[in-house]
Design a protein around this ligand. Structure first.
Ligand code: ZN
Length: 215
């Protein structure tokens, strides 16, 4: 999903490839990358290191020609690589279906971010016997205990008690949790995400449906 890694040093390239190799063992990531290639979606034109932004991974450049930046080599973790690659998949798929355009892209950002969080929360929920611990992205980590418990209950429902990936997600419930995520996640609540467009998690669902994940 990256066209050129010429900006990376050998050590940086090795770190990135190590994460990709780990992720390729996972049903969701493997399905996502093969769909990406089969559909002929345009990859990141470049990948590089840029220590000037806040956070670990960032997609810069114009809407049609995004560039992937990591803050530093340690940021090339499996979590960050998976998230940024998923963001590129979302952008290509939703642009292809006209669900998002360069004009409404900023209005879609809250949904795009929550969908990425939910994907990893589902994955971790299926894999982990302990909910809140290391390795969890956990969209509701800054919410209060009541909402966290309700979110976990929803994850239990989505995953058939941690056994399967969901093949459908009710949009109104999804939107409610997306709004709560945006309001309480300390990293994102200042972004002023809006949810005025209907953007159901079709990237997540379509990847699951084409994957070998239990579902
Ligand atoms: Zn993100």
């Amino acid at each position: 999903m990256v066209k050129s890694d010429n900006l990376l040093t050998d050590a940086e390239r090795n770190r990135l490839n190590a994460s990709i190799n780990v992720l390729n063992q996972e049903c969701f990531f493997a399905a996502m990358t093969s769909m990406f290639n089969n559909r002929g979606y345009a990859p990141f034109s470049e990948v590089g290191i840029d220590p000037t932004f806040i956070g670990c991974g960032n997609i810069i450049g114009n809407f049609n020609n995004p560039v992937l930046k990591f803050n530093n080599t340690d940021c090339m973790s499996t979590d960050v690589v998976e998230e940024e690659f998923f963001h590129l998949f979302q952008r290509r798929m939703y642009a292809a279906s006209s669900a998002i355009t360069s004009a409404n892209y900023s209005a879609a950002l809250g949904f795009l971010e929550f969908e990425a969080y939910l994907q990893r929360d589902i994955k971790t929920h299926i894999k982990s016997p302990i909910f809140i611990g290391t390795g969890y992205n956990f969209a509701l980590k800054n919410s209060d205990n009541t909402f966290q418990a309700q979110y976990i209950t929803w994850l239990n429902t989505l995953t058939n008690n941690r056994t399967k990936w969901p093949t459908t997600i009710d949009f109104n419930t999804y939107k409610m949790w997306a709004e709560r995520f945006a309001a309480t996640n300390s990293k994102y609540k200042n972004f002023g995400y809006t949810f005025n467009i209907n953007l159901p998690p079709n990237a997540l669902i379509s990847i699951v449906n084409e994957s070998n994940c239990s579902k």
